[in-house]
Design a protein around this ligand. Structure first.
Ligand code: LLP
Length: 425
C-alpha cells in the first residue's frame, strides 16, 4: 500500500532514465542528439549502466559475487566492452552472442552458456573459445556435450540449469522457472544426471543454476528458487559431487510507470548471499534488464497528428520494429514530449507508422505534440534494440552512448542497402 502511494506521488520524469527537466541525459540535450543523429535513435547512459552494475556489488558482505550480463538484453559491442571493463562476465544463448563477446574483447573464461537447444556447432565454438560454464538444460544436451567435447579432446565445464517450479509472478511469456516451461532439468532428475556427469572424462562438474523469469518485482520467488537449488547442492556435496558455484540467474525487474520496484540490486544480492551462507559456493547472477533497462531511451519525432472518430492520434517515426515490447508484451511506456510542455488536457493514442494496429505505444495517454517534436520512450535500454527488426523494410535505428557528458555513435543507422545486403538476385 505504501509503495503504491509513493509510486503515484512521484512525477513521471523520475522514471526517465536520468533525464532532467531540461530534457538532458548526463548533460547532453536529447533534442540536440536527434538533430545530430536523426530519429528514431537509441541513447544509453553509460554512467547509469556502471551505477547499476556497482549497485549489485554494494551488498556490504565480505563475499564475492560474479555477474554475467545477460547480453540478450543489449548486445551492442560498446555496451559489452563497458561492462567487461567493470568486471562483468557474460551470459550467452547463441553462437552469435559468443562471437560478439569475443569481438568486444570479453574474456571467454567469464562466459556462461545458457539456452535450451545448443547446436553442435555452438558447443564446438564455445569449447574452442574456452568458456567458463555450460548451463545444461536436458539429459540429451548433457550427453551430446560430452560427445562433442570428447571428440575435440576437451573437457567441458558444466552446471545443470534446474527448473525449481517457482512462479515468478511476471508476464507468462517471460516466466521460465515453472514445471510447465521448456527450461531446465526437473529438480528430481538432477541428482542422477550429476552422478552421470561426474564420471564422464570429457565433463567437469562446476556448479548448479536456475533462472526463473524476468521483470520480477519481489524477493520471495528468488528465495524460493535459491532454497531449492541450495538443497540440491547440499545433497550433491553430501554424495561427494563438489560444486564451485551456484548461479541464481537474472530476472530482477526495473521500475516503470506501472511497476514500482522496492527491491534493489544490492537488496537482492545481499539476500541471496545470505542464503548461500557459509557454504563454500561462489554466487553467480545473470542480470540483463536491471543493468541496462532504465539506462536507455528511444528518441523519436512526431510525423503527424490526426483526429478522427473521436480519437486523437500522435504518429511517431518510431515503430514496433524498433521497439516491439508494447506490441508483444502489452507494456505501456511512459512517454514524454521533450519539445513541448504538457497542456494538462490532451489525451492521445501514440502510434508508429507500421501497418498493424499492434504498432501502438500508448492509448489515451496524457501527451500533446506537433510535427517535429521529440518524444522520448524511456526504459528501453533492455530488449529494445536487441529485439528490433527490419519489418516493413525499415532500417534499424542508430545507437548513441553518453559517457562523461560526451555522446558518441556506437552503431550507425542502417541504410536501405543494408536491408538487402544478404539477398541474391
Ligand atoms: N539468464 C537467462 C538464462 C535468461 O533466459 C534471461 C532472460 C536472463 C538471464 C536475464 O533476465 P533479466 O535479468 O533481463 O530479466 N524479451 C523479454 C525478456 C526475455 C527474458 C528472457 N531471459 C522482454 O522484453 O521482457
Amino acid at each position: 500500500m505504501m509503495a503504491r502511494q509513493r509510486r503515484r506521488s512521484r512525477p513521471v520524469s523520475e522514471f526517465l532514465s536520468g533525464m532532467d527537466a531540461q530534457g538532458c541525459v548526463g548533460g547532453v540535450s536529447l533534442v540536440d542528439l536527434v538533430a545530430e543523429f536523426g530519429s528514431p535513435l537509441y541513447v544509453y547512459d553509460g554512467d547509469a549502466i556502471r551505477g547499476q552494475f556497482r549497485a549489485y556489488l554494494a551488498h556490504g558482505l565480505p563475499r564475492e559475487l560474479q555477474l554475467h550480463f545477460a547480453m540478450k538484453a543489449n548486445s551492442n559491442l560498446a555496451i559489452l566492452r563497458l561492462l567487461a571493463a567493470e568486471g562483468a562476465g557474460f551470459d550467452i544463448v547463441s553462437g552469435g552472442e559468443l562471437a560478439r563477446v569475443l569481438q568486444a574483447g570479453g574474456d571467454a573464461a567469464q562466459v556462461v552458456f545458457s539456452g535450451v537447444a545448443k547446436s553442435d556447432a555452438e558447443m564446438q565454438a564455445a569449447l574452442a573459445a574456452g568458456i567458463g560454464c555450460f548451463n545444461v538444460e536436458s539429459a540429451a544436451e548433457l550427453q551430446c556435450l560430452a560427445e562433442v567435447a570428447s571428440a575435440m579432446g576437451k573437457v567441458a565445464p558444466v552446471a545443470l540449469r534446474v527448473n525449481p517450479d517457482v512462479d515468478a509472478k511476471t508476464h507468462p511469456y517471460i516466466s521460465t522457472g515453472m514445471r510447465e516451461n521448456k527450461f531446465g532439468v526437473a529438480l528430481e532428475d538432477a541428482p542422477a544426471l550429476y552422478r552421470w556427469a561426474a564420471v564422464q572424462p570429457s565433463l567437469r562438474v562446476v556448479g548448479v543454476g536456475c533462472h526463473i523469469g524476468s521483470q520480477i518485482r519481489s524477493l520471495a520467488p528468488f528465495l524460493q528458487a535459491a532454497d531449492s537449488v541450495l538443497t540440491l547442492a547440499d545433497a550433491l556435496v553430501a554424495e561427494g559431487i563438489a560444486l564451485g558455484h551456484v548461479d541464481l540467474g537474472g530476472g530482477l525487474g526495473i521500475e516503470t510507470a506501472d511497476d514500482f520496484m522496492a527491491l534493489t540490486p544490492a537488496d537482492l544480492s545481499r539476500a541471496l548471499l545470505e542464503r548461500v551462507g557459509e557454504r563454500p559456493l561462489r554466487l553467480h547472477l545473470q542480470p540483463g534488464r536491471s543493468l541496462v533497462g532504465n539506462a536507455g531511451l528511444l528518441l523519436s519525432q512526431v510525423v503527424f497528428r490526426k483526429s478522427q472518430s473521436g480519437r486523437d492520434f500522435l504518429m511517431l517515426d518510431a515503430a514496433m520494429n524498433d521497439y516491439v515490447r508494447p506490441a508483444l508484451y502489452q507494456v505501456r511506456p511512459s512517454l514524454v514530449n521533450v519539445s513541448r510542455p504538457y497542456d494538462g488536457v490532451s489525451r492521445m493514442d501514440v502510434v508508429g507508422p507500421v501497418c498493424e494496429s499492434s504498432d501502438t505505444f500508448a492509448r489515451d495517454f496524457p501527451i500533446c505534440g506537433e510535427r517535429g517534436d521529440v518524444v522520448v520512450i524511456p526504459g528501453t535500454g533492455a530488449y529494445g534494440f536487441s529485439m528490433a527488426s527490419n519489418y516493413n523494410s525499415r532500417p534499424r535505428p542508430a545507437e548513441v552512448l553518453i559517457e562523461g557528458g560526451q555522446a558518441r555513435l556506437i552503431r550507425r543507422r542502417e541504410t536501405f542497402a543494408d536491408l538487402w545486403a544478404q539477398e541474391v538476385l
